[in-house]
Design a protein around this ligand. Structure first.
Ligand SMILES: [Zn+2]
Length: 433
């Protein structure tokens, strides 16, 4: 009895200091369309500062297709697109017999994945979102404590002020989204002077955010992660266009087409599949796949929202059903292509108490970010496609305790000091009874 009694102080210390409620917080930021090499091409001193005080990956590998809604939801859920079910900015669900477009937040489209702000709330933490694709949807019956209806006119400095105040109060994890430099990259292309100017402006936005975290004394417990959904490449809607109507009959052979540009999904009439496929195969500058033949490395096949035929354009080319309409599109940049192309890859920077300083990380996969955040917050991740092992290279501090699987099954997920005290009371009862 006396022997057990002597252990109590150690148990107390162990529970409170190693496994009590985490004081660490996370701020996940996306700057849409921020191609990995923008910070190499142009002077971005605040990104440099972030790398010096934290970790930078030269680039990260994102998910296919490289479009805004699917890619962002992969970051938020740790799932490939076929698993979370947001397989396009535009998609068709044959079971629902409905078409999804950006701005649709009906839960029936979003429940395939569990975003970090929902996982956090399920674990008893407080989450908040300031614009992130999917953050306006109620997912699996749960919403963040605070969320905002998307309005791109909200000034970036106002977004920063609100999010910083959330973290200063009782929010444990916040996510924040900026629609630049994507919008400018689309309009002018990834090499344009206008895009350079916008990237420099976004660098200043990052500087303002870091200053605000500094002013509020938040660097002791906030881990800031800055990433993006995809890159950007030069397109030419006048000359680099693949018009499928030149080889297939849009009314007699095809029930519907879904999406256009870097990819197009096609639903042929049932008896037309082979014919349509063979005819599409005669087109130059695209790759054509029957659904069952879509390569494994894209993790883009096993979902009813992926159509029977997938057409993927070569970099810079656009797939259309009407070349004349395409020729009037003024945009010079686009994304959505093969995620193996360097032009499609996004940035990654992180800084904070759980992040290694002045460290260059080996590139990992955007689906690993979800596991990374769960580890920092000490919460149980939902099933996902990410790997904590791939990001452990730059995670330090308290979460080291979580790196052993044994710990995960014992005290690591005691979520509050109340739980810890309950354990102590119980143990005292057992010992002294
Ligand atoms: Zn985007």
């Amino acid at each position: 009895m006396a022997h057990v009694h002597c252990l109590l102080p150690y148990i107390f210390i162990h529970v409170i200091f190693a496994h009590g409620r985490s004081t660490q917080k996370v701020l996940l930021v996306s700057m849409d369309g921020f191609r990995w090499d923008y910070t190499n091409k142009w002077a971005t001193p605040n990104f440099d500062k972030m790398a010096e005080y934290g970790t930078k990956a030269p680039f990260i590998n994102n998910t296919f297709i490289t479009k805004t809604f699917p890619s962002h939801y992969s970051v938020a859920t740790g799932l490939y697109e076929e698993s979370h079910g947001i397989v396009g900015n535009v998609m068709y669900d044959p079971e629902l017999n409905e078409t999804f477009r950006i701005g649709n937040f009906d839960p029936k489209w979003w429940n395939g994945g569990e975003p970090i702000w929902v996982t956090a709330r399920k674990a008893g933490l407080r989450s908040a979102t300031f614009f992130w694709p999917g953050s306006e949807a109620e997912v699996r019956g749960i919403r963040p404590i605070y969320y905002k209806t998307y309005d791109k006119s909200v000034l970036f400095k106002d977004r920063i002020k609100t999010v910083t105040n959330w973290l200063k109060s009782d929010i444990d994890i916040a996510v924040m989204y900026f629609h630049e430099p994507d919008a400018t990259g689309h309009r002018f292309g990834p090499d344009a002077e206008e895009t350079r100017a916008k990237v420099i402006e976004m660098d200043k936005v990052l500087g303002d955010l870091m200053d605000k975290l500094e002013d509020e004394g938040l660097w002791d417990n906030v881990n800031l992660i800055v990433t993006s959904d995809h890159g950007m490449t030069e397109v030419d809607f006048r000359n680099k266009v693949v018009d499928i109507s030149t080889v297939v009959d849009l009314t007699a052979e095809i029930e519907r087409t879904v999406d256009a540009g870097p990819i197009m999904q096609i639903v042929p009439f049932p008896d037309m599949r082979t014919n349509v496929y063979n005819n599409l195969k005669t087109l130059d500058n695209v790759d054509v796949y029957l659904k069952e033949d879509i390569p494994d490395f894209w993790h883009y096949r096993n979902n009813q929202r992926i159509m029977p035929i997938l057409v993927v354009a070569q970099e810079g080319w656009s797939i259309v059903t009407n070349a004349t309409q395409a020729s009037v599109i003024p945009n010079r940049g686009n994304h959505g292509y093969d995620n193996r192309l360097m032009s499609m890859k996004p940035i990654f920077y992180a800084r904070g108490p759980n992040i290694r300083r002045n460290f260059t990380a080996t590139p990992f996969i955007s689906v690993d970010v979800y596991e990374m955040i769960c580890s920092i917050l000490k919460i149980e991740p939902a099933p996902n496609n990410g790997s904590l092992a791939r990001v452990q290279q730059f995670l330090i501090g308290e979460n080291d305790a979580l790196k052993s699987d044994g710990m995960r099954n014992n005290f690591a997920y005691l979520r509050s000091d109340v739980s810890a005290i309950t354990v102590l009371v119980f143990m005292s009862f057992v010992v002294f009874a």
